[in-house]
Design a protein around this ligand. Structure first.
Ligand code: ARG
Length: 571
């Protein structure tokens, strides 16, 4: 990406000062009307034995003697202010975006750094419900943005594939199920069994004992138990993969909880050797009183390991396997304490990389009405939400664009995109309420609004005489004075921020910054579109504006794609 600060530094000559040192001093002035960049000259007064005012004046004169890319260079109160030539700038930027296409906004800032991202991490044999929407799309967006910025991102689905629920499921399956039916009904059938189990277990206390016994069999590697366990896992994953496909989600690893069965003991031994384990009523714990936290329970009195034990083993495994720079956990804020405990235990073991374990919490999504408990059976399946959003979007598209050819495909892209965009649009920590009407409002601050703006760009480009997209950069016959107006300049300056926006989104682990940004691009474009005749009688004028439209479409499409949303060219 272009580094404008560096461009400024390259023009400044000060005796005895290397360019790098000057570069570090350059800042953005508080009042941007005075300039885009400023060099404070106070630091040089002592060595040069001149006043900062004089120094600024002298540097200025040296620059003005040569040819330079600035509209103005001004010395004000010991500062030297630089303003870039807007017209040349804009031209450069538009051409640069057009030339780079989908690569625009990439960088190598993450070179050599591996980021593990633990996201989605659904539970086997439980429904993929709306509670897993946030972690899935947040993690997916971070994964793609990290890659775009040059990081080596590793997407990990830490499947919830261990625990007593499998014992319960086997009991239920043996009483009320069979393989043929369950293969047909898949995850829905498993869920029904699970719900039924809980209803019956309230009346029949023996069931829980049976369930525990079956789980023990899984742990001991009993053939039948393992076979059923694998069947449940297989059936769940088939269904879940369909949802991932719709949401454009990918993983590099599906190492879930069961993967760590044989990897906990070494960690526990190390803890014991380091004297960190206390035995309390037969259970092994790490006392965290000193840190104002309840103890981290690692081995129950019956010998069973826990969720935290698996996470501990997983952290070590990831460090060893990926040598991560950071290991992120995109998990709801309900698990704040869990992660604080696990991270603390790693720290107490003396590993400095404990600081690289980062929990990225997020708030709850609820539907306008209804709760989401798995056991009560009235859970909101993510699949159903996506289906309904697609259907509703099809109705809107039929009404809005009766002549559109591929309505079905587009309504899928819009329906699913609307859900993703919604999930990523407020700050992640906020609890939100999902409403179909709101997320599908084509005029609101929504996914469809951004997609629609992109389609509008493409429609303008299609109507033009010249195929702007395919003209090599620099060869465009354009009159760039036709974009010398406020709405064009505003749009251009927003497009310029794309790379920076991506970088900030990562620093804060907030794809919502990108989401917000795309709304700003769309709004700025629509204002520009309203105020400028794009296809004008004069070819030069049209071409310059078309080039800007083309750059806008590049940013919208790439921005959406980083969020996991498709950008249909016609809507
Ligand atoms: N399966 C868990 C759940 O659905 C989330 C797992 C998150 N990842 C982790 N490493 N603990 O609540």
């Amino acid at each position: 990406m272009r580094d404008k600060k560096r461009e400024v530094a390259e023009y400044i000559e000060i005796e005895g000062m290397p360019m790098e040192a000057i570069y570090e001093l350059i800042e953005r002035p508080q009042d941007l009307s005075k300039g885009d960049y400023a060099l404070p000259c106070f630091r040089f007064a002592k060595t040069l034995r001149k006043s900062p005012v004089m120094i600024a004046e002298e540097i200025k004169n040296k620059i003005l003697d040569k040819s330079h890319p600035f509209e103005s260079v001004e010395a004000i109160n010991g500062y030297l202010n630089f303003k870039f030539d807007k017209k040349k700038e804009s031209l450069y930027l538009i051409e640069n975006i057009r030339k780079q296409g989908a690569k625009y906004g990439s960088s190598d800032e993450g070179k050599g750094k591996t980021v593990c991202i633990d996201y989605s991490s659904i539970n086997i044999a439980k429904p993929f419900h709306i509670g897993h929407l946030m972690t899935t799309v947040l993690g997916g967006a971070l994964y793609r943005i990290y890659k775009k910025r040059g990081y080596n991102a590793v997407g990990i689905n830490h499947l919830g594939d261990w625990g007593t629920q499998f014992g319960k499921l086997i009991v239920a399956y043996k009483m009320w199920g069979d393989e043929k039916t369950i293969r047909e009904t898949g995850i829905m059938g498993l869920n029904d069994l699970y719900v039924k189990y809980h209803r019956e277990a309230e009346k029949d206390k023996d069931l829980d004992d049976k369930a525990r016994a079956w789980f023990k069999k899984i742990e001991d590697g009993d053939k039948e138990a393992l076979k059923l366990f694998e069947l449940f896992k297989e059936l769940t994953l088939v269904e879940v993969e369909k949802v991932y496909k719709r949401l454009n989600i990918k993983f590099d690893s599906y190492a879930g909880e069961s993967f760590y069965n044989d990897k906990m003991e070494p960690v526990l031994n190390e803890l014991r050797e380091k004297g960190l384990i206390e035995v309390s009523e037969g259970a092994e714990i790490v006392n965290l009183d000193e840190y104002q936290m309840p103890p981290c329970l690692l081995v129950r009195s019956d010998g069973a390991t826990l969720y935290a034990t698996r996470d501990l083993a997983a952290a070590f495994y990831r460090k060893k396997t990926y040598d991560f720079w950071k290991n992120l956990y995109v998990v709801a804020y309900q698990q704040n304490l869990h992660f604080k405990q696990v991270f603390k235990v790693v720290e107490l073991m003396g590993y400095e990389w404990a600081k690289d374990l980062i929990h990225i919490p997020f708030g709850m999504v609820s539907l306008e009405s209804g709760s989401m408990s798995t056991r009560a059976g009235n859970v909101v399946w993510l699949k159903d939400v996506l289906d309904r959003s697609e259907e509703q979007s099809l109705d809107i598209i039929k009404a809005k664009s009766p002549h559109l050819n591929n309505k079905e495909t587009v309504s899928k892209q819009v329906g699913v995109g609307a859900v993703i965009f919604f999930a990523l649009s407020s700050g992640r920590i906020k609890d939100t309420v999902f409403s179909y009407d709101e997320v599908l409002n084509f005029d609101g601050e929504t996914g469809p609004y951004v997609q629609y703006t992109n389609a509008r760009c493409n429609s303008v480009l299609r109507k033009a005489e010249v195929d702007i997209k395919n003209i090599p950069s620099g060869e465009i016959e354009a009159d760039f004075s036709s974009i010398e107006n406020e709405s064009s300049y505003t749009l251009i300056s927003i497009l310029e921020q794309f790379g920076e926006i991506l970088s900030i989104s990562l620093d804060k682990y907030e794809p919502s910054i990108l989401t917000r940004y795309l709304i700003d691009v769309a709004k700025a474009f629509n204002k520009f579109y309203l105020e400028n005749r794009i296809i004008d009688g004069k070819l030069g004028v049209s071409n310059a504006r078309l080039a800007l439209v083309c750059s806008t479409a590049v940013v919208l499409k790439e921005g959406l794609s980083l969020l996991g949303i498709e950008a249909p060219e016609e809507m």
